[in-house]
Ligand binder design. Structure first.
Ligand SMILES: [Zn+2]
Length: 141
């Protein structure tokens, strides 16, 4: 995938989703953020992606990384990797535990992405934005 275009990336993401038995839906970003983001329901195996609408979906690598991160959450949940992270109210969880769960998810996300797209750089946001990530996770606990 040398030069990316949005349709190819979207088709690729939907193809990988099908292979994993996951449903992925592309949504319009309600707040018009300048980055792509996603969320996942690990129990339903459902991923929502919100592609960055600016600059003709310029940052498609970011979108791919987001997808593989959310896919890795499903993998971690199903393999009990930081399993408590996926159990709302299931025991007290520290911000540090949540952060470690996200780091583990990024490690698996990078592995999954390399399976399909070797050589493409995976952006491990949680590792490079530790302070921001701890604030974010702390608010959501
Ligand atoms: Zn995550």
């Amino acid at each position: 995938m040398a030069k990316l275009n949005f349709k190819e990336v979207k088709d690729f993401i939907l193809e990988v989703s099908t292979q994993y038995g996951v449903t992925t839906v592309f949504n319009k970003d309600p707040d018009w953020e300048d980055y792509s983001f996603g969320d996942v329901d690990v129990h339903q195996r459902h991923i929502n992606l919100y592609p960055n609408p600016k600059g003709e979906y310029k940052n498609l690598r970011e979108l791919l990384g987001t997808f593989f991160h959310e896919l890795a959450h499903i993998y971690c949940f199903e393999n009990d990797i930081y399993g408590r992270y996926y159990t709302p109210g299931g025991g007290r969880m520290t911000v540090n535990y949540a952060y470690k769960a996200e780091l583990a998810t990024d490690r698996w996300g990078e592995c999954l992405m390399n399976c399909f797209l070797s050589g493409m750089k995976y952006h491990a946001w949680y590792k490079t934005h530790k302070k921001e990530a701890l604030d974010l996770l702390g608010r959501n606990l």
